[in-house]
Structure formats: structure tokens, C-alpha cells
Design a protein around this ligand. Structure first.
Ligand SMILES: [Zn+2]
Length: 239
């Protein structure tokens, strides 16, 4: 089986997302770089709770199916756009996780919410406040572009009336970021239910950002040691 280890890791992560309630049924998709030329991605309509490595699709960087029995996810344009946007260097996209996680998706349905502000220092791992990308039909280049813009300088974004996406150095890292995002959305929700949340400013966040950059913020670091550097991604952005 081509890219067996990468396919097994992706399938395992898919089953984990389902077991933790972050995806229900086929309402989510994920991908990871297997090599510079190939990505592994969940198939379209797949029940993530029972996904096996042999079901995972292997694609080239243009989205052409190389191996696997099923067509790739209908949200492929979003995944490919992210790998194109963050091809290499410290901020490279190594994996992408997209879910309709309950807390994150609920906040993404609130008309007046354009971003989830930084109410906890751990959100520095997400790059800061989490923007909400405007609504566009699933699977379209318009949605991919909107999410790309929302992800500028970030490792996470919400998608209006749809869900959430995280970009990590590895599939384990992207999974951790999705867990963190869902937790942060629940935190913000609860804080707002009681009163006006106290938002951390850039000065408060700077030491945490520094610790992340230097790898001293260890709780959520990927084993590969590749830490996302959204600034590097931004520098490459044409806009
Ligand atoms: Zn979706």
C-alpha cells in the first residue's frame, strides 16, 4: 500500500475525531502531506468513525488520484489551496483538519460574530483571535479563498454557517489544534453567557508567542518539532 504509514495515521486521526464527538458521520475531512508531491486525504462521504487506511485516497499536488478505491473529499479545493499557500518553511501546512465540531460550528452561526477573541493565553497556539470566514458553498474555490484569508497569521479559522478548520505541521498537531479550538469556543461561549469576557491584548500574549516560537511551550508541540510560524506564511501571501 502506497504511503501506508501516512494513511494509517490519517485513518487513526479520523476515528479519533469521531470518537471525541468532533465529527459526526461524514461531516468532516482531513488530509496530510505524505511527501512533497503526494497528499493523503479522506474519501468523499466516508464515515470517519470506521475509516481504514486502505480507504484513504492518495493524490498528487494537483488533486489527481494516485491510489485508493474512492474519490477524495468534496472539500478538496480547501485542502489543496492550503498546501499551495503554505508550501514549505517553518509555517508549512503539513496537515489540514476540517470538522463541524459542535461548539465551533455554533459560534460560526452567530451573525454578529466576526472573530472569537483571545480570552485565554492558550489561544496563542491558534495564532490569536479566530476569524470567521464568510459563508460560501462547500467545496467551492470561493470557500477555499475565504478560509485562506481568515487563516492569515493563524492556524485555525471558523467557517460561517459551516464549521472549523485547523492547519498543523503534522496530522497529530492539526488534531491537537482542533481540540484546542473546540475547547476555546466552548470557553468563550461560557464566559459570554455570564458576562463580558476579558480579552487578552497583544502585550499579554507576546511572552506566550515567544515561548511557542522557541519551542518552550511544550504541551501541544508536534513530535516533529516543526512549529507553525504564521508570519512566514503571511510573508509569502501575495495580498
Ligand atoms: Zn464541512
Amino acid at each position: 500500500m502506497l504511503h501506508r504509514a501516512a494513511r494509517e495515521a490519517l485513518a487513526r486521526t479520523a476515528r479519533q475525531l469521531a470518537a471525541e464527538g468532533l465529527v459526526i458521520g461524514a461531516a468532516g475531512n482531513l488530509s496530510a502531506r505524505a511527501t512533497a508531491e503526494h497528499i493523503v486525504v479522506t474519501p468523499t462521504g466516508a464515515a470517519l468513525a470506521t475509516l481504514a487506511a486502505e480507504h484513504v485516497a492518495v493524490l498528487d499536488r494537483h488533486g489527481q488520484l494516485i491510489d485508493g478505491p474512492f474519490a477524495p473529499t468534496s472539500e478538496l479545493a480547501l485542502h489543496l489551496a492550503l498546501y499551495d499557500d503554505r508550501p514549505d518553511g517553518p509555517g508549512a501546512a503539513g496537515a489540514v483538519v476540517h470538522t463541524h465540531a459542535p461548539m465551533a460550528t455554533a459560534l460560526a452561526c452567530v451573525n454578529t460574530l466576526t472573530e472569537v477573541p483571545v480570552v485565554h493565553y492558550a489561544m496563542a497556539e491558534l495564532g490569536g483571535s479566530v476569524r470567521v470566514a464568510p459563508y460560501a458553498t462547500y467545496g467551492t474555490p470561493e470557500l477555499a479563498e475565504a478560509v485562506l484569508t481568515a487563516l492569515e497569521d493563524r492556524t485555525a479559522a471558523l467557517m460561517a454557517n459551516h464549521g472549523a478548520v485547523t492547519v498543523g505541521a503534522t496530522i497529530d498537531h492539526a488534531l491537537e489544534l482542533m481540540r484546542l479550538l473546540e475547547w476555546a469556543c466552548g470557553l468563550y461561549w461560557h464566559a459570554r453567557a455570564i458576562g463580558k469576557p476579558r480579552v487578552l491584548d497583544e502585550q499579554a500574549l507576546a511572552p506566550v508567542r515567544g515561548a511557542i516560537t522557541q519551542g518552550r511551550y511544550a504541551t501541544r508541540r508536534p513530535a516533529s518539532g516543526r512549529s507553525p510560524d504564521p508570519g512566514a506564511a503571511r510573508a509569502r501571501r501575495p495580498r
